[in-house]
Design a protein around this ligand. Sequence first.
Ligand code: NAD
Length: 479
Amino acid sequence: MDKILNYIGGELVKPAGDAWLDNFNPALGQVYSLIPDSDERDVEEALRHAEAAFITWRFTSLEDRFKVLNRIAEGIDAANDNLARAESVDQGKPLWLAKNEITRAGQNFRFFATAAMQFASESHSMEGHALNYTLRQPLGVVGCISPWNLPLYLFTWKIAPALATGNCVIAKPSEITPMTAFLLSKICADAGLPKGVLNIVHGLGPKVGNAMVSHPRIKAISFTGGTATGKHIASVAAPMFKKLSLELGGKNPNIVFADCDFDKAVKTTVQSSFLNQGEICLCGSRILVERPIYEKFRDALVKEVSVLKVGNPLDKDTKIGAIVSRQHFEKVLSYIDLAKQEGGEVLLGGNALQMQGENDGGWFIAPTIIENLAYDCRTNTEEIFGPVVTITPFDSEEEVLTMANCTEYGLACSIWTNDLTRAHRVAANIHSGIVWINCWLLRDLRTPFGGVKQSGVGREGGWEAMRFFTEAKNVCVKL
Ligand code: NAD
C-alpha cells in the first residue's frame, strides 16, 4: 500500500510514532493509501526546521522569493495531469473539474509571487515635524490548516501568501484528502524552495491541528473548515492572542428575481447548486425565486439537473462524482431525511445511488432538489455541504431579504435581476462577505474573500492576505 509521508526540513519522512491512517478512494469506497497519523512530536520537529529556516527566508530578496514561488507554479502546471488525477481519486470530484482546480492552485503561487514584488507599505508625514513609516514584517512561523473540498486549491491559497511575505509555514491538509499536498512537497523540493521554509504535517485535526493551534511559537493560524472547528480553534488561540483567519461554513442564498435573464439564471444555478457535488463553501444551497416565475424556474431546473451524469469521477462525461467520505455521505442522507420530516417534497433525487461495476462500493448521492419547506427550518438554515438544494418562492424584496439573512451564516450570495438599482440595493443589504450579481464563482484573486457572522473572521485574497501574514510596525522619526 502506498504511503504518504510528511515533508519536514526539506525531507519526506515517516511520522515520529510510525502510526498510519487509512486513506479512501470515495468512488470505490476502498482504502488505497496510508497517511501519517502524526502528533505533537512531528509538529515540534517541523517547528524546529521552520524556525531555523526563517532566519534566512525572512531576508531572502523579493526577487528570489518571486522566482522560487513561480517555479513552484510551473511545477504544478507541469504536473497538472498527475495532480488532477490524484485529486479526483482522493476527493471524488470529476477529473475535468480537478484539472481546473489544479490550474488555479498554480495560479495561487503565481499571483502571490507577483504580490511579493508589489507589496508596499505606507508613510504618514506630520507636516515638517515628523515622518511615520510602516514596516510590514513577516510574523515568523505560521500554521495553515485546510479542508477536503478543494484540497490543493485551498491549501495553496494559504501557503502562497504566507511564503510570499517571508514567513515559514507548517501546513496541515485535511486527513481526508492528503494526496495532492504530498505531491506538492516533491514539487517544492524540486523547485528549490529552501529546506524548512514549508513543512507539511499530515494527520488528524484534534492531534496535529490542535498541536499547531495551541503551540505558543506558531504565531498565526490561517484556517478553512467547518464552523464548529473554527469555534474550537478560536477558543484555544484567542487567549494566546494568536493572529487568526477563519474561513468557515456557509448556507448561501441564490436569489432569482422575475426580471432576470432566465436561461442564464437556470444554467448557472445548476452549477452553483451541484458543482463538486455541492461540496463548495460558495454553493448556493437555498434557491429563492420570485413567485411569478417560480414554477417555470423550478421545472426548468429539475429538467436540467435530471440529465446530469453521476458516476465514476474519472469518466469524462461525469458531472457529479462521489461524496468525499462515508461519514459525510451519511450526514448528507440524514439531512434529506430531515427535510422530509420537516414537510419537504423531494422533486428530484433524494437517495443514494448504487453504481454497477467497479464503483459499486462508492458513495454516490443523486442531485436532490426539495421544495415546500419553511425558509427558517433546520434544512434551510444548517449547512449540508452536498448535492442537496431547496427551492422556495418569495413575493417581495423585503421578504427575500428576511429569508436570505435568516441563517447564522453569511459567506456568499447570488442575485439574478436585470434591475441594476435593485441589484445594488439588495447587495448592500445582504449579510454576507461576497455577492455575485448575475454570475457565480467569478473570482478575481485581488478581491477580499471571506464571510460574516458564523462564516468566519478576517479576509483572504490580494493585499488582505499579505496584510494578515505580516505585522504592521509604525516607526516615527522626529524631523
Ligand atoms: P473540518 O473543520 O472538519 O476540517 C478542516 C481542517 O481542520 C482539517 O484539516 C481538519 O483536520 C482540521 N481540524 C479538525 N479539528 C481540528 C482541531 N481541533 N484543531 C485544528 N484543526 C482541526 O472541515 P471539513 O469537513 O474538512 O471541511 C468542510 C467545511 O469547510 C464546510 O463547513 C465548508 O463550508 C468549509 N469551507 C469553508 C470555506 C471558506 O472559504 N469559507 C472553503 C471551503 C470549505
